[in-house]
Design a protein around this ligand. Structure first.
Ligand code: ZN
Length: 227
């Protein structure tokens, strides 16, 4: 089913809340209030992969936030993009910023009704600008075709994550221009688990002369609250 059909299905079929499955509402008030009550916090994977930039998560990968992310990614509920993008924006920090989404593989993008992180990054930038924070989205990266990594061990994931992305050389000058104009590069992703992907992407950017201030994610599978 394509993105348009999924969006239409959301409109015409009886829906349930993505957070708690209460019928008849796509995203209910109690779930919205529960998610809005979380303050962003540092997420530190254990073990922490070398080269991982500081990671800030808008909340834990649990409860209604987990439900909303799953519905958005796996069931094409793109009506949740605004809410999830606003959550992501809370983890971004001061501007000016250039948000760089971790790219979806083309297979994942087909399966998931489009490049969901590019969509979330655009919504996050919009939410930031609405608060007066200068924010833009840059996409200097592309994902390379690769096998599914879900069955791999943590060590294997670290090894394969490095080979999973490449830069788009034509997109680098715009990123360098933003940096020299004073913007900070913030990597954005949906969920941090082992941190392997974020550290690989940060390494790749660093190798091309682009430093990453931090990574902002919607949810962290392991969330530690720093004082
Ligand atoms: Zn709910």
């Amino acid at each position: 089913m394509g993105a348009l059909l999924a969006a239409l299905a959301d409109l015409v079929l009886p829906v349930s809340c993505a957070g708690c499955e209460r019928p008849a509402e796509a995203w209910c008030d109690p779930c919205a209030a529960a998610v809005a009550a979380w303050a962003p916090a540092r997420a530190v994977p254990r073990p922490c992969p070398p080269g991982l930039p500081p990671v800030v998560a808008s909340g834990p990968y649990a409860g209604p936030l987990r439900g909303a992310l799953l519905a958005f990614k796996e069931r094409g509920r793109h009506g949740l993009a605004g809410m999830l993008g606003s959550r992501l924006a809370t983890a971004v920090g001061p501007g000016p910023v250039l948000l760089v989404p971790v790219p979806a593989t083309s297979a994942a993008a087909r399966q998931r009704y489009g490049d969901h992180m590019a969509l979330l990054a655009r919504h996050a930038a919009r939410a930031l600008r609405a608060r007066g924070v200068e924010a833009a989205v840059g996409q200097p990266l592309r994902a390379l075709p690769r096998a599914d990594s879900t069955h791999l061990s943590v060590e294997e994931r670290h090894r394969t994550a490095g080979a999973a992305f490449a830069v788009r050389p034509g997109r680098l000058p715009a990123v360098r221009d933003a940096l020299s104009a004073g913007a900070a590069v913030v990597l954005v992703d949906d969920i941090v688990t082992t941190g392997a992907t974020l550290s690989a992407v940060a390494d790749l950017l660093r190798g091309n002369g682009i430093s990453v201030r931090h990574a902002a994610v919607v949810a962290a599978a392991t969330l530690r609250r720093d004082p």
